[in-house]
Design a protein around this ligand. Sequence first.
Ligand code: TRP
Length: 461
Amino acid sequence: MASSTQHYTHGQWTSRLVFVFAATGSAVGLGNIWKFPYMAGENGGSSFILIYLACVAFIALPILSAELLIGRHGKRSPVNVFRRFHRDYGTPAVWRFAGWLGVLAGFLILSYYSVIAGWVIAYVFQAGAGAFANATADSIASNFNGLVSDPERLTLWHTFFMILTVAVLMRGIHKGIERVVKYFMPLLLALILGLIFYNFFVGDMARTMNFMFSFDFGKVTGETVLMALGQAFFSLSLGMGAMMIYGSYLPDSAPLFGTASVVAFADTLVALLAGLMIFPLLFAFGMEPAQGVGLIFKTLPLAFSQMPGGVVFGTLFFFLLLIAAWTSALSLLEPIIAWAVEHLAWSRVKASVTAGAVAWLIGLGTVFSFNLWQDIKLWDKTLFDLLDYLTSNIMLPLGGLLVVLFVGWMLPGAAVRAEAGFRSERLYRLWRVVVRWIAPAAVVLILFHLLGWEIIRQMMN
Ligand code: TRP
């Protein structure tokens, strides 16, 4: 180990509850509120939701606990944790590349996450200024297209969001991340519940309930299962070291599997609540839920334009989406910052500003891919599409696969057993089988399915 890490003391969350807020803050993001409703909308609603729940319980939760376990047991940043296990347990040294893979994925994801979150900031201001009041479908669509085709405005909002993220991270985990999640996660929940309450008066709850919870297996295909699995993965922030570093700050007294279950439950609850927040409005105003990525930015504002109090509720909606994205972004940069502080002995401020600047710079590629560079395509994808594809469909599943394999097959069984903190022997055995066999098999399936699908599509073109 590098000598600079020997005198290093690793941080710790103030309490288990704060960890739950921080990890839920990481998990709850654009994935829950923007992606989950449109994916459910496009994949038959209730059947997708039921399969999603099964994927979370049987595959994503075991992987989440494995990732937290590596972090808490090693108490180092995702790169150095593998060096430490190499030293302590003699696991192969090449595993540290699993840490680097995650660090790289974090940069790439944040670079475009920040641009999309920038749209959300723009929408907070637009909604607040009443831009959607009495608007038509055409004016809302052209407003959206106007925003994404303007590189200057996109850069401005992207910069704004990155500053917001770095400003928190540079204060460290106690004065930075903890403070934000402690106040904003409860606020986020309150805003979501408030909007749902409002939906009982203006929305179409009956149709929403039927759409989300009347299980109909006629519509399930293999494709649905794989989409649900991939979504569970992204939504729980798995596969890039975010949960690993957050887990490394988790106090030893907290029961690991139980705590992971709370986080998985909270994340899933918010995804379902997001459905209850969005679908009733769409149904009440005669819109269809299968609208793809434009659901939040083009369809929903139309509902806000028509409903009573739409300016207030529309503004609150985009504001809560911003909070969700913000607390997720924090976790994307934390692994690399922790590494720079621990390994290079940089100050927290220097590490945060440098990492944020690098992610900002890469993000300009995404900004331009919507306008100046929109015709530059590789394999039929713009730079933004490529980054999204490479990270969500390849790097994260690969990272998750490495994590479960490491816990299942590399770490000594006794250490894993003690760290996992199961009270029931049966549950532990079941978890062990899932971590060793079932989760890796499921992840290999998503990885190769998506790759295979893409290769077939390319061959047809
Ligand atoms: N889970 C977040 C969301 O649902 C996104 C996210 C944050 C993420 N950190 C991550 C995804 C790490 C994968 C890996 O929007």
